[in-house]
Design a protein around this ligand. Sequence first.
Ligand code: BGC
Length: 764
Amino acid sequence: MNRTLHLITKKSILPFMVIAIMFSCQKQKNNSRMNRKVDSLMSLMTIEEKIGQLNLPSAGYFKTGEAASSDIGKKIEQGKVGGLFNIKGAANVREMQRIAMEKSRMKIPLIFGMDVIHGYETVFPIPLGLSCSWDTDLIQQTARMAATEASADGINWGYSPMVDLARDARWGRIAEGSGEDPYLGSRIAEAMVKGYQGNDLSAANTIMACVKHYALYGASEAGRDYNVTDMSHLRMYNDYFPPYKAAVDAGVGSVMASFNEIDGVPATANHWLLTDVLRNEWGFTGMLVSDYTGVSEMVQHGIGDLQTVSARALGAGIDMDMVSEGFLTTLTNSLKEGKITEQQINQACRRVLEAKYKLGLLDDPYRYCNEARAEKEIFTDSNRAFSRSVAAQSFVLLKNQNHLLPLKKQGTIALIGPLADAVENVTGTWSVAARFSESITLRKGLEKATTHQAKVLYAKGSNLYNDAYLEENATPFGKTLHRDKRNADELREEALRVAKQADVIVAALGESAEMTGEASSRTDIGIPDTQVELLKALLNTGKPVVLVLFNGRPMTLKWENEHVPAILDVWFGGSEAGDAIADVLFGEVNPSGKLTTTFPQNIGQVPTYYAQRNTGRPMGKWFEKFRSGYLDVSNDPVYPFGFGLSYAQFEYGEIRLNKTTMTSSDSIMVSIDVTNKGPLDGKEVVQVYLHDEVGSITRPVKELKRFKKIKIKAGETQTVNFILSNKDLSFYKSDLSFGSEPGKFEVFVGGDSQHVKRAEFELK
Ligand code: BGC
């Protein structure tokens, strides 16, 4: 390096070094204060009180299983509770905390958790939708706002981000994560952790994040919830682990173990997973909690009775037992019988107390109970306005033949479908704090947007399913679609009468909110029967039809893609979804979402994802015998990963590389020009993929390595630059060492994973 440059570089990093040293001194000071505080508490605690800290019962506000605990107040008094979840409202939290502070012997504050997953009372789009914004700053802001609202209401611990990579659309919980890609999933994981935790976990408006479900839950066999996961360590390290690790690297305060087994041992008792990898390899020092009855369920898994599985969970590294009360009721005996050690109990108790210290609870137990803040900061107009703008960023325009969209605010619009006015379903799965009745349905959004300009006529058109039993399964927790007693023909005829009066039809169809989320797997991932019949009838009118699709998973839309002129995927957009959909339908907002999961042609292609291996016999475009494919469909998806249209039209130039060879200590710059050829300003997600042409192990045909969401004015051209370094070319090899291998790399840049420009360089 030239000497002047060297000096400049040295000089310019000096202030950063000073800050880093100051930061690390401060951290050490904080740690030693924390250790002193925790030591002094622990020196006074009985073994039973230490075990009590490991107990996390549900207060029952929202149950996902059978709560084993009862009479919680009494247990708090007896020092048998370390934290509570499923309790809502600052005053309620304060009351529980008061019992701990005034009636228990040790007066250790409780930690209060909740499933704050995509917002609190102001709900944002479901995580899968949010990920389609590809805007990590925006996502970070949603987490920040969720934390501000939740912390004003007494909550200091949120069970998010859920970062389970998912490539099987049958799995209902695909809705809760960020899709199929490890790189994008990792960037979103860290953004969410930063958003929830901010820079200071002890601040009254931040909460401790909990990354879940560690690990590999998204790969449950057959897409069936709680099922077995079995995969190679190579795939874990290269594909499924990165988002969890990214959350750990971003400083996540806690981790939740998953329900599934790995290598024959449930995650909750898996020492390799929880201790060897998470703590020893990745350096996680925070608190590890089981999932809901994750400990006691290991009896059903068949690895022992409650005492055995509780001892195994503690031994594997679990600190807090959610709901099972296996720790509470068996660890004392296990200690007496020599099945666990006192050191293991101390370690777990220490981590729970450390979490409380980090949240500032040991200094001020009521820090997060601020009724005045709750009154002022939750579900405010400005929060709702933000949610509306976020929702519009999450929608993905899948088809727009002959520029049917945006619609004009004129004439008569027929709004038809069971999801058009289903207020309980607007916010989607896992919106436990939502104010359902105040959510904006599409009907309300359209009516507001068109007042005095266009007429909106509405008909339900169909139920969710023909079969009432299926509809009942799909609408739990009061998230009803108010099943109509009329039969399918009657409902459809009414809809057709309405449709005939209209200039354009907006069909609001798809899944109900609870057709995805926990325990909501499906073996048919299409739009349900009666709704498709309705859609066909609407298309038969010959009027233009816009399908507004509500869904929490990639769906099979082959027929719809072939027959419906315009399709807008709106997921479940949060409390303000109806307004946001209207914003996009009428072009106030230009859609810019891109899919983060592959949409297959049919269920038989599942699991499907873009970052496949080539195999020794890759299929070409058409079927060929003895190639890797199917007799009946090609390997193509209907919509590929990264895909999404805009009202603008983007064109990509050729890729420019600043060099054609690089070394492992070097980096390479990838540049491309993107032009907006359309008449409207728009946003585009520019995506960079790599393919390692020859490796010691087989490498995916494409892997996302960078992306940038840019705003481009109509007619404008922007040059987008990306820097790739050796780390981006690296992967876990057979011996699980991480590194790159010399050789040729293909680099692809484009607006989705299929339509890309290509260039090549070599790593020397
Ligand atoms: C889910 C978790 C959730 C927990 C607490 C479980 O059933 O798997 O994601 O955080 O319940 O509600």
